[in-house]
Design a protein around this ligand. Structure first.
Ligand SMILES: [Mg+2]
Length: 198
């Protein structure tokens, strides 16, 4: 088995950030938007041009107790035992204290090495970090990491990245765990790990 350096994006991969933002947005505006209504990264276009959505994304209170995608804690626990896991995130700076509190609750330092050793990088350009695998949901991050050529980008599927083709893609954490089990055996041949989803 190859020991790998695995980069994990947080918003939209570990945390259901847009879900919570829209909950707050709907409560304020009396609307009923869901995540499927937002089809590109510039969310306000799908919300009648309302820029309030960006204030919510930058509101530290949102980051204290975000809902977590099913399976994220369990799969990250397993990966943390076998590999080097790094959290790589573009969290707004003013939201970092609240985020760190939630991360330490969700991934207690005594159980998770990546929290214990603070294996976390904050920044917009994730391609500067040398990783074997990057799990991310943002098209630009996937494309830039691919161009950097260090490793294998994996798309965490949702509406906003369905136009990306030719990349490994997972629909949930269970599928990411299964993909990693295959990559552990065939790290240099990601195409062998590609499943025909058609
Ligand atoms: Mg993301």
């Amino acid at each position: 088995m190859k020991r790998m350096r695995i980069g994990i994006d947080l918003d939209g991969v570990v945390f259901m950030t847009l879900h919570r933002v829209l909950e707050k947005y709907n409560a304020i505006r009396g609307s009923k938007y869901t995540v499927d209504d937002v089809k590109t990264w510039d969310s306000h276009h799908w919300l009648d041009g309302d820029l309030l959505v960006y204030d919510l994304f930058r509101d530290p209170r949102i980051y204290r107790d975000l809902p977590v995608f099913p399976g994220a804690r369990e799969i990250l626990f397993e990966l943390d035992q076998k590999h080097d896991v790094f959290l790589v995130t573009d969290t707004p700076v003013q939201c970092l204290p609240e985020r760190m509190k939630q991360l330490e609750e969700l991934f207690p330092p005594e159980e998770y090495r990546f929290t214990r050793e603070r294996q976390m990088f904050v920044g917009k350009h994730k391609e500067h970090i040398v990783l074997d695998v990057l799990l991310d949901d943002k098209p630009e991050n996937i494309e830039r990491f691919q161009e950097a050529g260090y490793g294998i980008p994996v798309v965490f599927d949702w509406t906003l990245n369905r136009h990306l083709h030719g990349y490994l893609r997972v629909r949930n954490w269970k599928e990411f765990g299964e993909l990693m089990a295959r990559l552990e055996q065939e790290p240099d041949h990601p195409e062998k790990c590609r499943e025909d989803k058609s």
